[in-house]
Design a protein around this ligand. Structure first.
Ligand code: PLP
Length: 408
């Protein structure tokens, strides 16, 4: 692998240093347009809210805003960032969990639609401000993700109102004077199977249909969360988004008829699908060790990309200028944890110190999950647009970190 967009990776490493996150604008735009046009074809009354937590660089947010996308925020500062990037308030959602009074105050003051995680959170909210519209995040009792760590519904999940309590939640909201309603779920991330989306949307709509009919209310919107997956390996197939849109829309239309709802707006909150494959992490090989295993050390460890160490996520790795795959390696970072493994059992070319190792599909949950562990500095970020490399976040400095420490 030699280039990202039309820019040479060696040029990027030499000019901006490593480790370095690089995002390709054209890929982001394509991802958005593919998703949007698939759903527009089958269910035009839809809004995509980019999940800010996936990658919250202001310049990235601005890219989505300019594509006419909405935003979904999970914390007060994400709301602040979405606002600063210029998103219309009408297109911003707030979806937190275990929301504090302070979080709810900020969300209420921003006057955005809230997908609330719990009945008690709703009780806290109405003490602050009575919402015009409310949507509860429902745990429909089933969840699925690319692997266990990213399943966010079902009996082991900390999220949402269990569906058995959903009636009580909406009744409480109705009795408190709320007149407009949505319903939300987010059951897991990195799903590659269209039928799963149809199955879980069917489940949510059945829950909504039963409750809303009894309470004589109707959903203004159905928010199905994110979760659209991307392949992280050569042998994985892409999610058929056209088929996903068709199946989800079929269920929505059928269930809206069955329960006599006017067709609700369909909201989605994708993160990974929109930006995952647009991101690359350029790192430098710092050392090769022939130990009990053959290790390649790189300057991008779990501090820069935690997904493999956190929950065993897999990422492909390429070596600049070398394309064969004849050696068997373990790739690790420089962090003092034995879980700081970027890839295990991976075939790569013969690697030398100073080589550039490029980790693929890191646009989502890459930088946004990075840390200063071992007092390593956070990397810079580049956006490639119009065949130019734009520095969209400077590399952190010692001064940046020292600024927040007091020494009396
Ligand atoms: C509430 C909510 N919405 C959307 C997303 C985005 O998920 P994905 O990146 O899988 O699309 C997440 C991710 O954790 C989430 O928690």
């Amino acid at each position: 692998m030699e280039k990202i967009g039309k820019i040479d990776i060696k040029y990027l490493a030499e000019n901006f240093g490593t480790p370095l996150y690089v995002y390709d604008y054209d890929i982001i735009k394509n991802n958005y347009q593919r998703l949007k046009s698939a759903f527009d074809k089958y269910y035009p009354k839809n809004t995509i809210h980019y999940s800010v937590k996936a990658n919250s660089n202001l310049n990235i947010l601005k890219v989505f805003k300019d594509l006419d996308c909405g935003a979904d925020c999970s914390s007060p500062f994400e709301l602040f960032l979405a606002d600063k990037a210029g998103f219309d308030k009408n297109k911003i959602l707030y979806t937190g969990n275990y929301e504090s009074i302070e979080d709810l105050k900020v969300a209420a003051n921003f006057n955005v639609k809230i997908n609330i995680d719990d009945i008690n959170s709703f009780k806290r909210l109405i003490k602050i401000k009575h919402p015009e519209i409310i949507s509860f995040r429902i745990n429909p009792g089933i969840g699925r993700g690319g692997f266990e760590g990213i399943v966010t519904a079902g009996s082991d999940a900390k999220f949402g109102v269990p569906y058995e309590q959903a009636f009580e939640a909406y009744k409480l909201a109705l009795d408190s004077g709320v007149k407009r309603f949505g319903i939300h779920m987010m059951t897991g991330s990195n799903n590659l199977e269209p039928y799963y989306f149809a199955e879980v949307v069917d489940k949510l709509l059945t829950i909504a249909g039963n409750i809303f009919t009894k309470l004589k209310i109707a959903p203004e919107y159905i928010d199905i969360g994110g979760g659209f997956g991307i392949p992280y390996d050569d042998d994985e197939e892409e999610l058929n988004i056209e088929e996903t849109a068709r199946l989800v829309s079929e269920v929505l239309i059928e269930k809206s008829k069955k329960y006599h709802f006017d067709e609700p707006e369909l909201k989605m909150e994708p993160g990974r699908y929109l930006i995952g494959n647009a991101g690359y992490l350029i790192s430098k090989v710092t050392g090769i060790k022939n130990s009990y295993k053959r290790f390649i050390g790189i300057d991008a460890g779990m501090n820069v990309l935690i997904r493999p160490a956190l929950y065993g996520a897999r990422h492909r790795i390429k070596i600049y200028g070398k394309n064969d795959r004849k050696n068997f390696y373990y790739v690790c970072g420089q962090i003092c944890e034995n879980s700081d493994i970027m890839a295990s059992h991976i075939y790569l070319p013969e690697v030398e110190e100073g080589d550039l190792a490029i980790i693929l599909d890191v646009g989502a949950y890459g930088f946004s999950m990075s840390s200063n562990y071992n007092n390593r500095l956070r990397p810079a970020e580049i956006l490639i647009k119009d065949e130019k490399a734009h520095l969209i976040r400077a590399r952190e400095t010692y001064e940046d970190i020292l600024r927040l420490m007091n020494l009396d």
